[in-house]
Design a protein around this ligand. Structure first.
Ligand code: SAH
Ligand code: SF4
Ligand code: F3S
Length: 448
């Protein structure tokens, strides 16, 4: 009989990819996905450690799962995966002793063994103890994962992992480990298999995705050109990139490869050189602005997104004003902005001049107002325009489908029956707070 698996995911797209792969790893053991933890035989919490709030969610969620486990008379395997597991594995087992398995982001190919051990421990009335595996094994997990199963027309494909940049605020180099690039052949193989399963859009993932490098010094731009040659693959995206790794070839690829979507998430964090230096970002304001200029020269309709941190230790009103000025100068859409969150063990946590919470709050509000205005203004310019949308999800209304524009906007399209999983030409008719409304152009031709 099939066993039921429930996976809950916090954090970035890498975690979303990892969650899907953990389900792939467990499928041969008879685990099929279910929608909630209540009736599951196994539950996995895939956690994020990036900010304090994200990490706290782990323990509150686990508290709720403990109750489900008790309701089932203890007959439920609880696993904690991801970046909190990597950073605080022992602490999790101490604070939540009902957890059976703790595993890091680099060991989930070993889940079958861990499940076997946890089951044996349960047979011993828990006396076998919990399983903890947060190593950084020498063998990369990708070599041991089963084939990826596609879930819809858009897919993530992890090509690079880890980070050697050590920004002073960030836990990722500690939770994900050193930078690693998957071999090109394995990436091409996974991409082709996804396309065979009906995938038309692939988003290449990595904590520093554009730091990817292949044999013979091949760079990330070359990988994108190669992927663009796959018939049936209509769209390519990538995230998250680091300004430092944006080389000449990759910039050129934005102008030359039609399948590469005109949207780029390029985190800047701050507009102040003093703060960028304290953050150890390895780029300054001028370098970032020059990069944006070159990218837009290569691809004039490129829309840019970014990440921002306000209230980094020592950030003055003048530093924050530099961030606001940079935002005005560049113009962003669909951004993410955060209050600096002190992370244990990172250099910035030890820096003097930590900024008061109230100051962070007001700076964040001011920045988000500006960013939101920019997103809204951009969305408004899209009304009346025709664009290609990948319709990959059913909408709320009958006959309605939802998809992504080339610029990552969510687009709702009515009377779109039969077009699920297809790229359709649509004309944008209205802007809603978080999405666009559009109608099909030339319906008959598109359905043919
Ligand atoms: N690799 C990516 C980002 C990974 S984390 C990059 O280099 O940009 C995603 C975002 O979380 C970061 O871009 C940053 O804006 C934010 N972030 C990371 N650590 C943080 C912290 N300690 N406090 C607040 N925001 C943080
Ligand atoms: Fe974190 Fe910086 Fe690495 Fe991005 S580049 S993952 S922000 S350390
Ligand atoms: Fe969070 Fe780990 Fe991603 S800390 S943002 S889940 S790499």
């Amino acid at each position: 009989m099939a066993k039921k698996l429930f996976v809950k995911t916090y954090g970035c797209q890498m975690n979303v990819y990892d969650s899907a792969r953990m389900a792939d790893v467990l499928a041969p053991l008879g685990y099929a996905m279910t929608d909630g933890p209540e009736d599951a035989d196994m539950v996995i919490l895939n956690t994020c450690h990036i900010r304090e709030k994200a990490a706290e969610k782990t323990f509150s969620e686990l508290g709720r799962w403990r109750a489900h486990k008790q309701d089932k008379g203890g007959d439920m395997i609880i696993a904690v995966a991801g970046c909190v597991a990597q950073a605080e594995g022992e602490e999790i087992l101490r604070r939540a002793p009902f957890v059976d398995i703790v595993l890091g982001p680099q060991t989930y190919h070993r889940l079958p063994e861990m499940v076997a051990k946890a089951t044996r421990a349960a047979d011993l009335n828990g006396k076998g103890g919990a399983v903890l595996d947060t190593e950084f094994p020498l063998e990369p997990k990708f070599d041991f994962l089963p084939e990826a199963r596609a879930d819809g027309a858009a897919a993530f494909l992890s090509v690079q992992e880890g980070c050697d940049k050590f920004c002073t605020f960030c836990v990722v180099p500690y939770t994900r480990g050193a930078e690693y690039s998957r071999p090109q052949a394995a990436i091409m193989d996974e991409a082709r298999k996804l396309v065979e399963q009906g995938v038309v859009e692939i988003t290449l993932l990595g904590q520093n995705v554009n730091a990817w490098h292949g044999d013979g010094g091949r760079g990330f731009g070359a990988l994108i050109r190669e992927l663009a040659g796959i018939d049936g693959l209509a769209r390519i995206r990538y995230t998250t990139s680091h300004p430092r790794d944006m080389d000449d070839d990759l910039i050129a690829v934005h102008g030359e490869v039609e399948k590469l979507m005109p949207f780029l998430h390029l985190p800047v964090q701050s507009g102040s050189d003093r703060i960028l230096d304290a953050m150890n970002r390895k780029h300054d304001r001028a370098t970032y602005l020059r990069l944006v200029e070159r990218l837009k020269a290569a691809r004039p309709d490129l829309a840019l997104s970014s990440d921002f941190i306000v209230g980094f230790p020592g950030e003055s009103d003048a530093d924050f004003a530099d961030t606001m000025a940079l935002v005005r100068e560049v113009g962003f859409v669909n951004t993410y902005s955060f209050k600096y969150s002190s992370r244990p063990g990172t250099p910035a946590a030890m820096m003097p001049d930590q900024v008061e919470e109230a100051v962070k709050d007001s700076r964040l509000a001011e920045l988000q107002t500006l960013l939101w205005d920019q997103t809204r203004a951009f969305n408004q310019t899209c009304v009346g325009r025709t664009m290609a949308v990948l319709l990959d999800r059913p909408g709320r209304r009958p006959g309605q489908l939802v998809g992504r524009s080339p610029y990552m906007q969510a687009v709702h399209v009515d009377d779109a029956d039969g077009l699920l999983g297809r790229v359709a030409e649509v004309r944008v008719t209205a802007v809603h707070p978080n999405s666009l409304a559009a109608e099909l152009v030339d319906v008959e031709r598109k359905r043919a």
